[in-house]
Design a protein around this ligand. Structure first.
Ligand code: C2O
Ligand code: CU
Ligand code: CU
Length: 501
């Protein structure tokens, strides 16, 4: 299941023992689901949310009686759920007790640029700061927060930093439904219970842990019903989740940026790329014992051939209840069509093609569309590009991230139309800070397909050779990141900066 001497970095594969990973069964499973811990509002004043978040290392026993050092927000895994209302004024004091610089990024929320945890605004070890912002009307939805320091977002998320946010609206047509909150993350532990550093394949394909956890639990037991509104977060670094419930269907009602206009037709599965969120109801004809699964999704990893594998994320007991979802959930404005204002191209620049072992399919060394520049450096041991070469592999508009460079500019408050192009051989989830966008159309080859429904998103997956036309407006001036949300790619430099003027 592997090429050359490259380890197949997958649970259940033969190389696992050699890599010394903790066997998955060593973590207890099957316990009742615990609700997400909630961040308490210490303010009494209506419309004001005040709290403190501390990032620090904590020792936990997670598997096989071994002690794991996690980095957590307020000692909780996942970090506490922040429940806000549209219009809220938010003041969060943040203290960094880690021994490296970090930031908190409010993924998907339209907060001012200097409050958004950009890599430029690092909070050094031992330092504190306030994050202050006011939520506009109309931003009800499902968001999250995570570290965004320069080059180390992946490492910090891999150690446990990340938390969920829900913004509510009193006008929400689904507000009377009970909710389930499922924050999905993955975790890698070695045989000693430690969180190991990235391997070469992690840097290439993104890191996936052998433990896929729901609210930080392995395969919890969940009691739910067809009358519950379920919000799911994919807070994994690189793992794609094709959610499926055998015997039931999923009725999607929301995306990253809140509700859809209408519930979608019931579907067998919903694909959640890293950083995406979804809201759905389960449709089942009768009471059902089932499970929440992640079906295999081929995201065209490089130099890895993997066995299609279905993961069980949770056991479900689903009670059947008749419900009558409203036909109209909200209206989402149609954005007037216009010419493209910018092109954003994701590419992989392969080092030294003649040294590359053959990858998937016909072998990527000979793949058309790749740039073969002598970036120098195959690691002779692993036949992987060395670290120096990988640092310049993942690019946006043929450049590696530089925090001192402005890559694109746009005016405040005007519609922008971006063609985001995946000129590479693997999937990349595109993410833009500071706003939500609409996908207008997708194109592979010459066929442009209009998006079948309107939705607000901040993250959209791009298949290899796919172009996505999206539209957004930035309401606040300042610096905004856009990047691939496979955190290892982001950290390697598949990120760029938009100056909103
Ligand atoms: Cu969720 Cu720039 O990230
Ligand atoms: Cu973000
Ligand atoms: Cu990527």
């Amino acid at each position: 299941e592997h090429h050359g001497s490259m380890p197949a970095d997958m649970p259940g594969h033969g190389m696992m023992a050699r890599q010394g990973l903790m066997p998955v069964e060593k973590m207890p499973a099957g316990q009742a689901l615990q609700a997400l811990p909630v961040l308490k509002n210490s303010s009494q004043k209506k419309g004001l949310f005040q709290a403190k978040i501390t990032a620090a290392a904590h020792q936990r026993v997670l598997a096989d009686g071994k002690t794991t050092e996690l980095w957590l927000y307020n000692g909780q895994a996942p970090g506490p759920l922040i429940e806000l209302y549209e219009g809220d004024q938010v003041e969060i004091e943040f203290e960094n007790q880690l021994d490296q610089a970090t930031t908190i990024h409010w993924h998907g929320l339209p907060v001012p640029s200097d409050q958004d945890g950009n890599p430029q605004d690092a909070v050094l070890p031992g330092q504190s700061r306030y994050y202050r912002f006011t939520l506009p009307q109309g931003c009800a939805g499902t968001y999250w927060y995570h570290p965004h320091p320069h080059g180390k977002s992946g490492e910090q998320v891999a150690h446990g930093l990340g938390g969920t946010i829900i913004v509510r609206s009193p006008k929400d047509p689904l507000k009377d439904y009970a909710e389930q909150h499922w924050a999905i993350s993955d975790l890698r532990l070695d045989i000693n219970g430690h969180i190991p550093a990235n391997t070469g394949p992690d840097w290439m394909n993104g890191r996936e842990g052998q433990f896929v956890l729901l609210n930080a639990q392995r395969q919890p037991r969940i009691q739910t019903s067809t009358a519950e509104r379920i919000r799911v977060w994919n807070s994994c670094s690189a793992r794609y989740l094709r959610l499926h419930i055998p015997g039931a269907q999923l009725i999607q009602v929301g995306t990253d940026g809140g509700l859809l206009e209408q519930p979608l037709a019931a579907a067998e599965s919903i694909l959640l790329a890293p950083a995406e969120r979804v809201e759905f109801f389960i449709q089942a004809e009768k009471d059902l014992e089932s499970s929440l699964q992640a079906l295999y999704y081929d995201r065209q990893k490089m130099m890895v051939k993997e066995k299609p594998e279905t993961l069980t994320l949770a056991g479900l007991t689903i009670r059947h209840q008749e419900i009558d979802l409203p036909e109209q959930l909200r209206t989402i404005p149609a954005i007037p069509a216009a010419a493209s204002t910018a092109k954003v191209v994701f590419s992989e620049v392969m080092p030294m093609s003649h040294d590359m072992p053959s990858g998937h399919g016909s072998g990527m060394a000979a793949s058309p569309g790749m740039n073969h520049q002598g970036m120098g450096g195959m690691d002779q041991e692993t036949m992987m590009p060395g670290m120096a070469a990988m640092r310049s592999m993942f690019r946006i508009n043929n450049q590696v991230y530089d925090m001192n460079r402005i890559d694109l500019r746009c005016p405040t408050g005007q519609w922008q139309y971006w063609d985001v192009i995946n000129d590479s051989h693997m999937d990349h989830p595109f993410h833009l800070h500071g706003t939500q966008f609409q996908v207008l159309a997708r194109q592979t080859g010459n066929r442009s397909v209009p998006e079948p429904f309107r939705a607000w998103r901040d993250t959209v997956n791009l298949r290899p050779n796919e172009t996505v036309r999206l539209a957004f407006r930035q309401e606040l001036p300042g610096l905004r990141m856009f990047h691939c949300h496979i955190l290892e790619h982001e950290d390697l430099g598949m990120m760029a900066q938009l100056m909103v003027e």
